[in-house]
Design a protein around this ligand. Structure first.
Ligand code: PAF
Length: 266
């Protein structure tokens, strides 16, 4: 596996495989790999001859400096894990490489970027859309993989790809969960044992919503009732969203950690 730091290095490494007609798969990540990331890399490995994983904690998608500072980072372990999963290239650029001084060309995903997560984290999806568009332009993949856990992010990326006629396919893999149901997230390591136990209310609420929906009831009301019953959990939002399919989405704060989850009810 090649560990590359610059745009030119990535372009040079992909030139010949592309000329040979090999399919390039891209897995954009912010590192601190868990099994969800590894499942994305595995899906790319199965579908493509060349697998590029990007590792970049993208400052432009964080609205609070504190959140950016706290975001977990472990590049040496990510390098080992990406290599073990058979990635061909790990692209881990510096902030200056992707946002050189004077950078001011942004991708605005429109209204979809301003609701739910976008309302709670102003500018977040502009940062996601911009960095993903840059990564698509740098690696020019045939397919890029994202996780269903970030349902709104997937909807935003699809919206940008369609709106800008970008020549790639977006594939999504199911949310990977711990045995107790908590959706895997790099932020889970920030939870204390007590907070982690309380965070389990989130998958329970998604299940309650799904069950209510199947019984012809109100998924949002059912999920909200479960969340409201858990002390020490602040509910940011619970709502139905049309992300390609009707999707129950929720965000909560446990201590200083924000967690999201969703259930597709289509
Ligand atoms: O989901 C993430 O890890 C990030 O939002 C992404 C897609 C890598 C863009 O920085």
């Amino acid at each position: 596996m090649k560990l590359l730091r610059t745009v030119d290095q990535v372009r040079a490494a992909l030139r010949e495989p592309r000329q040979r007609g090999e399919r390039i798969g891209l897995v954009p990540t912010m590192g601190a790999f868990h099994d969800g990331h590894l499942a994305l890399i595995r899906a790319a490995r199965e579908a493509c001859e060349v697998v590029v994983v990007s590792l970049f904690v993208n400052p432009s998608q964080f609205d609070a400096t504190d959140d950016l500072r706290r975001y977990p980072r472990d590049e040496p372990s990510d390098v080992r894990a990406a290599e073990a999963e058979g990635a061909d290239v790990l692209f881990a650029p510096s902030v200056d490489e992707l946002y050189p001084p004077g950078f001011d060309t942004w991708v605005d995903p429109g209204e979809l970027g301003t609701v739910l997560e976008g309302a709670a984290r102003p500018g977040h999806f502009r940062g996601v859309a911009t960095v993903c568009t840059k990564l698509f332009s740098i690696a020019q993949p045939n397919i890029a993989w994202f996780g269903q856990k970030d349902a709104q992010q997937v909807a935003v990326i699809r919206h940008v790809v369609a709106g800008l006629n970008l020549p790639l396919e977006i594939d999504v893999i199911a949310t990977v969960r711990d045995a107790d149901g908590l959706a895997l997230s790099s932020r889970n390591v920030l939870l204390s044992p007590d907070e982690r136990a309380r965070a389990l209310v989130l998958p329970r609420a998604m299940e309650a919503g799904r069950t209510a929906h199947l019984a012809g009831g109100d998924a949002v009301q059912a999920a909200r009732a479960v969340l409201d019953g858990e002390p020490g959990v602040e509910v940011d939002y619970v709502a139905m969203a049309e992300f390609g399919a009707p999707t129950l989405v929720a965000a909560i704060r446990v201590g200083s950690t924000r967690l999201i989850d969703n259930a597709v009810l289509g």
